[in-house]
Design a protein around this ligand. Structure first.
Ligand code: ATP
Ligand code: MG
Length: 278
C-alpha cells in the first residue's frame, strides 16, 4: 500500500540524491511497474527529470503504461521530446495509441515525426480505427507461423519473437496471403513432437473478431470462449492484431461506468421535479 511504498521510496531516494545510478536502478527496477507508477505520481518534476536520465525508454514505457491515461499528459510534456518519442516506440502499440489519444493533436504529430518510420507507421495505422471498436483496442505485437513449419521451426521462431510479443500463449497460423488459418497454444506446442508439422497440430476453427466490431461484443466473446486473447481480422480474414484479456478488463470497466452514467442520466430525467407542479 501507500505507506509501504513510501518507505521503499525513502531508501531508493538516497541512491538518487547521491547519484548512485546502479544502486538506484537495481532497487527501482525491482518494483512492479504499477508501484513504480504510484511513486512517480507523487514526485516533484525535477526528481522525475533526473529519473528519466537513469532509465531506458523501455523502462519508462513500463511505468507509463500504469499511469492513469487521463492524468498522463504532464509526464510526456516534461520529458525530452526525443526521449518521449522513444518511450512511445517501446510501448505496446495499443497502450501507445490509448495515451496518444489523450494528448493534443499537434503534440501527437510531433512525436510521430521524431519516431522511427516503422514504429510511427504502426501507431498511425491504429490511430485511424474508430473509438470503442476492436481495432482501437488491439495490439499488433502477435506471433505468427506458417502451417508448413515443423514444431521445431515454430519454437525457434517463437523464441525470437517472444521478447516483444504481447502474449506468447497463442501462436497464430497464417497462409501465403497472410490469412488466418489456425491457432496453436503454447501448451500444444510444448507437448508436440519436434518433427510434427504445425498443420497437423493447429486448431483450424479459429474464433476471431472483425476489426470494426464493438468492443463490448469483443468483451462478451472473450468471456464466453475463455480465451486469453482473440485475433482481429479484416473482411478478407487477414490477421491485423490481437486483443488480450487484460485489455478486455479495462473495456469492461469502461463500459460499466458508461452504463452507470446512462442510468444516472435516465433517473435524472424520470425523477419528477418537485417544483414542476408548484
Ligand atoms: P486446454 O485448456 O484445452 O488444455 P490450453 O490450456 O492449451 O488448452 P486454452 O487457453 O485453454 O489453452 O485454449 C484452449 C484451446 O483453444 C487451445 O488448444 C488453443 O489452441 C485454442 N484456441 C486459442 N485461441 C483460439 C481461437 N481464437 N479460436 C479457436 N481456438 C483457439
Ligand atoms: Mg486451458
Amino acid at each position: 500500500d501507500d505507506q509501504e511504498r513510501q518507505e521503499v521510496w525513502s531508501t531508493i531516494e538516497d541512491a538518487l540524491l547521491n547519484d548512485h545510478i546502479d544502486q538506484f536502478r537495481a532497487e527501482f527496477l525491482e518494483l512492479h511497474p504499477y508501484d513504480q507508477a504510484r511513486i512517480f505520481e507523487g514526485l516533484d518534476v525535477d526528481v522525475r527529470m533526473q529519473i528519466y536520465t537513469y532509465l531506458s525508454p523501455e523502462e519508462v514505457a513500463d511505468v507509463m503504461e500504469h499511469i492513469d491515461y487521463e492524468e498522463i499528459e504532464p509526464f510526456f510534456t516534461e520529458m525530452d521530446p526525443r526521449f518521449a518519442a522513444q518511450v512511445f516506440a517501446e510501448m505496446s502499440t495499443d497502450d501507445a495509441v490509448d495515451i496518444l489519444n489523450e494528448l493534443e493533436k499537434d503534440k501527437v504529430a510531433s512525436f510521430l515525426t521524431i519516431m522511427d518510420d516503422e514504429a510511427a507507421q504502426e501507431i498511425k495505422d491504429l490511430l485511424h480505427y474508430e473509438e470503442k471498436t476492436a481495432g482501437s483496442i488491439m495490439t499488433t505485437e502477435f506471433v505468427v507461423v506458417k502451417a508448413t513449419m515443423s514444431i521445431r521451426q515454430a519454437m525457434v521462431h517463437l523464441r525470437t519473437e517472444a521478447p516483444d510479443a504481447e502474449t506468447i500463449y497463442y501462436t497464430y497460423v497464417i497462409d501465403e496471403d497472410k490469412k488466418l488459418v489456425g491457432v496453436i497454444s503454447l501448451r500444444d506446442l510444448i507437448i508436440s513432437e519436434e518433427d510434427w508439422m504445425i498443420a497437423d497440430v493447429m486448431n483450424e476453427r479459429v474464433v476471431s473478431v472483425s476489426v470494426g466490431e464493438d468492443q463490448e461484443e469483443v468483451a462478451r466473446m472473450v468471456r464466453d470462449y475463455d480465451f486469453l486473447a482473440l485475433p482481429v481480422v479484416d473482411f478478407q480474414d487477414h490477421l491485423l492484431g490481437i486483443i488480450t484479456v487484460d485489455d478486455i478488463m479495462d473495456v469492461m470497466e469502461e463500459e460499466a461506468s458508461d452504463d452507470y452514467s446512462k442510468l444516472a442520466a435516465i433517473s435524472d430525467v424520470d425523477s419528477p421535479d418537485e417544483n414542476a407542479f408548484a
